[in-house]
Design a protein around this ligand. Structure first.
Ligand SMILES: C[S@@+](CC[C@H](N)C(=O)[O-])C[C@H]1O[C@@H](n2cnc3c(N)ncnc32)[C@H](O)[C@@H]1O
Length: 380
């Protein structure tokens, strides 16, 4: 196998083991509590793909069990032998000092932790009341055993393995559950995820998450840029409309559009290109292509989402031109050897800025592609 493919797989396996900081969980969950103090009352929460012995998800929800009015908290972990990223793992004292400890099972079984009541009779329900046992299997969320826990739960909350995000989200949706999960911002344009976003069945949370630790809470922090919370639990931030200016005022006063006299129309979509969220005009009633980061500010009462430039995600805004007879050139005019077909369905603009690669056809027509775009329209 090529060295790069090996490196890619090793990186993906390592990223699958990124653990979430307590403060990040607290900041995000507080936003839902602020919006609806009873959001978790009487609910069963499942925290899969966790490691309850030192995960902050389990700690946070166990500590707030009474305050949130939870009915039941369940968290499950994935067996060490099943993890793709190998470490010199040792069982914790918590496990080895427990009469249930089993050397064999410890490496190959997942664990389940549950919290329902005050087991130590100290007058409160908290982390010390968690009960645990080994699972029958390795704790894979796709197993029948963990799927049954999903079905029992009302809400699924976790930071799932990054490499299985699509599958994990599909698993939640198949169960028809509420969720709060971490994923990469780019997941918005995955063809499995985008339809949910478009139909307001899934949206972004309120904060971003950037720094994670690995293996132990004492490890250094690792950066996973562009990580976001994905949820279908309502919060206040998504009902705050963006404050925007008219098209004329943007062109006149907005520094981001310096030198521009108009909003450019795409060469292959009946829509205008809006390169930054801040410059979305508040008086344009047609379709606009906006950056994916717009989703952080999306208010469903203000705009409707129609599609994205991702293949298979723009039935309502069809592309009107293909580029199979174009070829790609570097800024210096040298051909790269790639056909223009590779920019089909991107948001393409009739221009050549002299800085980025461009595509040209036999008539000398030159176009450049934008980054991924979301198509939106102002709500009437
Ligand atoms: C990104 S880490 C997050 C851990 C924890 N939820 C947190 O955020 O602190 C994902 C966890 O899922 C585990 N995992 C990987 N594949 C899994 C699978 N198929 N089923 C269940 N868990 C899995 C990983 O070993 C890792 O412990």
């Amino acid at each position: 196998m090529a060295k790069n493919a090996n490196l890619g797989q090793a990186k993906a396996a390592k990223n699958d083991e990124f653990y979430t900081q307590y403060a990040d969980i607290q900041k995000e969950v507080n936003a839902y509590i602020e919006y609806n103090p009873d959001v978790f009352r009487g609910k069963t929460i499942l925290l899969p793909c966790d490691d309850p012995e030192w995960s902050n998800f389990t700690k946070f929800f166990a500590q707030n069990f009474e305050f949130f009015g939870l009915k039941k908290l369940i968290s499950t972990s994935y067996a060490i032998e099943s993890k793709k990223y190998k470490t010199d793992w040792q069982p914790t004292l918590f496990e080895t000092e427990n009469p249930m400890y089993n050397v064999e099972k410890s490496r190959i079984k997942g664990k389940i932790f549950t919290l329902t009541h005050d087991t130590n009779a100290n007058g409160r329900i908290d982390i010390d009341d968690l009960q645990w046992s080994y699972l029958e299997g390795d704790g894979d969320f796709r197993s029948a055993e963990v799927t049954a826990l999903r079905d029992e739960a009302d809400i699924i909350i976790t930071n799932p393995p990054f490499s299985l995000f699509r599958e994990f989200l599909a698993w939640i949706m198949e169960g028809g559950k509420q969720c709060l999960v971490i994923g990469n911002m780019n997941a918005i344009t995955y063809k499995e995820v985008f339809p949910l976003i478009k139909d307001n069945k899934l949206w972004l949370g309120t904060t971003d998450v950037r720094w994670f630790y690995q293996e132990s809470t004492n490890s250094p922090l690792y950066e996973a840029a562009h990580s976001r919370w994905f949820t279908n639990i309502d919060h206040g931030a998504r009902h705050k409309p963006l404050q925007l200016m008219s098209m004329a005022d943007n062109l006149k006063f907005n520094k981001k559009l310096k030198g521009q006299t108009e909003y450019q129309h795409y060469d292959n979509y009946d829509a205008i290109e809006v390169p930054y969220t801040e410059v979305i005009p508040n008086d344009y009633s047609g379709v606009m292509g906006v950056p994916i980061s717009f989703m952080d500010k999306y208010c469903p009462e203000q705009f409707e989402i129609l599609g994205s430039t991702q293949r298979g995600c723009h039935d309502l805004v069809p592309d009107t031109r293909k580029y199979d007879d174009y070829w790609e050139c570097k800024p210096n005019g040298e051909r790269t050897g790639s056909s223009g077909g590779k920019t089909n369905e991107n948001g393409n603009l009739l221009k050549n800025d002299g800085v980025h690669n461009y595509f040209e056809n036999i008539e000398g027509r030159q176009i450049q592609s934008t980054y991924g775009r979301i198509f939106i329209r102002k709500k009437q």
